[in-house]
Design a protein around this ligand. Structure first.
Ligand code: TUI
Length: 308
């Protein structure tokens, strides 16, 4: 199951873990890398020094390659961008913005740069700036999303660029992986399924909400403000969407989402917290180790794709 992505990253399976805020810490990243995929530490809104510590902890748990996701809307993005260079990180993915201003520094350090994009235009631009691959992330994803579905985005990005494309959004099993390859992807990025892994340090309430979720249980907040975020429907999303429809501004509604992802992930407040998850949540039925998840998905995908 060699692809340009497995070769580029030195990994066994074409599976990359999403750089999920608060969820993608060193235990999860190391476990996914140990399972043969590429684990990622999610920089999210954390200060550079916190990310540095996370990187050092992950290094203690695995000798395999792992990466860091730089969340570009973070006030600490500049610091995190430097920390990844100082810590000798080999792979960086970016989200929620355009990483152009860091590309030269990262390329000079020999880092493989993989921006997450939600449009063909940004994918093209990233290739021009020297990106090694792109993650084409569809609207089915959890967290901050674009407008295109994975089904429409992946083949259009594939046709627009020569660098490898990694599909993301709505992929939760081997069928999703096989379908992504049919669309032209050479790897997938998986988020929600890894939230429900034994190694993910995530409150049990959060994992159970995903396990119990049905297909239609996600909602998108912040659409009217240009910051669409997908999460599981709860008291917070109902209140947010109601006030949004009444015309409340982003600033007026910020109190509903400040610190609420941490509240859900760490404290287990799944009613007032932000329970980010993708539309594939309804498919996820039990907690497994990262190795079990990777092995099961790869077995199913290999059969479907007739890989030997
Ligand atoms: O970044 C993500 N997913 C995220 S980031 C995050 S933390 C957060 N929490 C609350 C509000 C905002 C962020 C939670 N989930 N995925 C990658 C992604 N990037 N999805 C969409 C985009 C994107 C969107 C527009 C990337 C670039 C872009 O435009 C940039 C430009 O300048 O054209």
């Amino acid at each position: 199951m060699k692809t340009r992505v497995t070769e580029l990253l030195g990994i066994t399976y074409p599976i990359i873990q999403g750089g999920m805020a608060w969820v993608a810490e060193h235990h999860l990243a190391a476990a996914v890398s140990e399972a043969g995929g590429l684990g990622l530490i999610g920089g999210a809104n954390a200060p550079g020094e916190v990310v540095r510590q996370e990187i050092r902890e992950a290094k203690k748990l695995t000798d395999k390659p792992f990466g860091v996701n730089v969340m570009l809307m973070s006030p600490h993005a500049d610091d995190v961008a430097k920390v990844v260079v100082e810590e000798g990180i080999r792979v960086v993915t970016t989200g929620a913005g355009n990483p152009e201003k860091y590309m030269e520094m990262w390329k000079a350090a020999g880092i493989k740069v993989i921006p997450v994009v939600a449009s063909v235009a940004l994918a093209r631009r990233m290739e021009k700036y020297g990106a090694d691959a792109v993650v084409a992330e569809g609207y089915e994803s959890g967290g901050h999303i674009g407008e295109q579905t994975t089904m429409t985005l992946v083949p259009q990005v594939k046709d627009a660029v020569s660098i490898p494309v990694i599909a993301a959004g709505g992929i939760g099993d081997g069928r999703g992986i096989a379908a992504s390859f049919m669309l032209g992807a050479e790897a997938v990025q998986i988020g929600t399924r890894f939230v429900v892994s034994k190694e993910a340090v995530v409150h049990e309430n959060y994992k159970q909400r995903i396990i119990r979720a049905k297909d239609i249980d996600t909602a998108v907040t912040g659409r009217s403000h240009g910051h669409p975020v997908r999460c599981l429907r709860n008291k917070m999303t109902r209140e947010y969407v109601k006030l949004e429809q009444e015309g409340k501004t982003f600033e007026e509604l910020e109190y509903l989402t400040l610190g609420t992802l941490r509240k859900a992930v760490q404290e287990g407040d799944v009613d007032l917290g932000t329970v980010m998850a993708g539309q594939i949540a309804g498919l996820i039925s039990r907690e497994q180790t990262c190795k079990e998840i990777v092995d099961e998905m790869m077995k199913q995908a290999s059969q479907l794709l007739n890989w030997k």
